[in-house]
Write a protein that binds this ligand. Structure first.
Ligand code: PMP
Length: 404
């Protein structure tokens, strides 16, 4: 059998529909964010990154960099084992305590990524709780969907952010089966925020557990960066909060927080926790420094908010269509995969602006977009430059007129 031919056939189909995934090769420069070098065709040129999930630039914050360097010198590069077999270092436990404190929970458990934490936690809960039903928001991230699928628990999908639909679906289930309501706070592609209080109230009414993904909110919302659940004073009413260390905290890794019994249960049964090498202790040390910094300082969050508002106001002035939401995510809608890619290429080649086109299956077909994430380190001049580029594109370029 010619396996390569089989692979290539499917890849070609992706290319034909404009949905083939490619990436830009970047060289991040410590202390220069959002500036980076782009390597292309043997050339290297400076670009401004507009699509990073290092939302606050913490991945290059001097205190976080120093913490990682210090911990590498102290502990070496790797953890040396799975968490249960020699891989648990003091730094891991300090970080778990920090995370539990961040969310006001009894315990926390680290994973190698946010993806793994969702996958491992949901697959364990869904498979281990007898007759469990998981009620999943239709906009949930792939990592939650895969975890639920792997659990083989019954799944009920409720319409995105629609509490009436959630309630109807909860009411239709038998009263005595365990139910988990799984949802996110900030949805990463549209940037919309869930009606958390209403969801929690409905879940409580039906005795359901709440499973909240705060990946795009931790570090960014709430007075200590505890996410939307902290901002709304709801963290204590949510059974499990899941987050990442790889976005606003600028490092890598994922976690869950909840009761001591819940975390011990997942720690004891989740293969995605048990059978994989622990995060390097230096990663844990850096993440802890980042979390502590953002617990104490709101400067980064406030400056980010100012820059987000500035970009939105400028887009409105120019009549450039963008999705209105209450978060830090600014999606400019193009609604065609090929045009989105062309616009992204043009921004990169002509203006030194890097934004990755967002196509299917990350977003539904026909909703392709450019997703901008202003950080506190984007200057006013960066924003003016971006808006200038988009204005020129919208006015001069036929493809842009066709979508405006
Ligand atoms: N949940 C959501 C909502 C996400 O968007 C992502 C990643 N984009 C993840 C979980 C996974 O997090 P990580 O990148 O840490 O694996």
């Amino acid at each position: 059998m010619n396996f390569d031919a089989m692979f290539e056939e499917q890849l070609q189909a992706l290319k034909d529909e404009g949905n083939y995934r490619y990436f830009k090769e970047l060289e991040r420069k410590c202390g220069k964010f959002p500036r980076a070098a782009n390597h292309e065709d043997g050339q290297k040129r400076d670009v401004t990154v507009w699509c990073s999930n290092d939302y606050l630039g913490m991945g290059q914050h001097p205190s976080v960099v120093a913490a990682m360097c210090e911990a590498v010198q102290r502990t070496g590069t790797g953890a040396g084992g799975t968490r249960n077999i020699s891989g648990t270092n003091h730094d891991h436990l300090l970080l778990e305590a920090e995370l539990a404190d961040l969310h006001g929970k009894e315990a926390a458990l680290l994973f190698t990524s946010g993806y793994v934490s969702n996958w491992a936690a949901l697959s364990t809960l869904g498979s281990r709780l007898p007759d469990c039903v998981i009620l999943s928001d239709s906009g949930n991230h792939a990592s939650m969907i895969e975890g639920i699928r792997h659990s083989r628990a019954r799944k009920v999908i409720w319409q995105h952010n629609d509490v009436a639909d959630l309630e109807a679906k909860l009411a239709a289930l038998p009263a005595n089966v365990p139910k988990i309501v799984a949802f996110e706070s900030v949805y990463s592609m549209d940037g919309d925020i869930c009606p958390m209080k209403e969801i929690v109230e409905v879940a409580e009414k039906y005795g359901a557990m709440t499973y909240l993904d705060e990946v795009h909110a931790v570090g960014l919302y709430g007075p200590r960066g505890g996410g939307v659940s902290e901002r709304e004073g709801l963290a204590h009413r949510i059974t499990l909060i899941e987050g990442t260390l790889g976005k606003a905290y600028g490092v890598v890794g994922g976690y869950i927080t909840g009761s001591a019994a819940l975390c011990d249960f997942i720690r004891s049964f989740a293969s995605g926790f048990i059978f994989t090498t622990a995060l390097p202790p230096a990663v844990a040390a850096a993440a802890r420094t980042s979390i502590r910094h953002l617990k104490e300082s709101s400067d980064e969050r406030m400056q980010q908010r100012r820059q987000v508002a500035r970009l939105r106001a400028a887009l409105d002035r120019e009549g450039i269509p963008h999705m209105h939401n209450d978060s830090h995510i600014v999606p400019v809608m193009i609604k065609d995969p090929v045009k989105t890619r062309m616009l992204a290429d043009y921004l990169m080649d002509e203006w030194g602006i890097y934004v990755q086109p967002i196509n299917y299956p990350t977003v539904p077909k026909g909703t392709e977009r450019l997703r901008f994430t202003p950080s506190p380190l984007h200057t006013d001049a960066d924003i003016d430059h971006l808006v200038n580029a988009l204005r020129t594109l919208w006015r001069q370029c036929a493809i842009a007129h066709a979508v405006a």
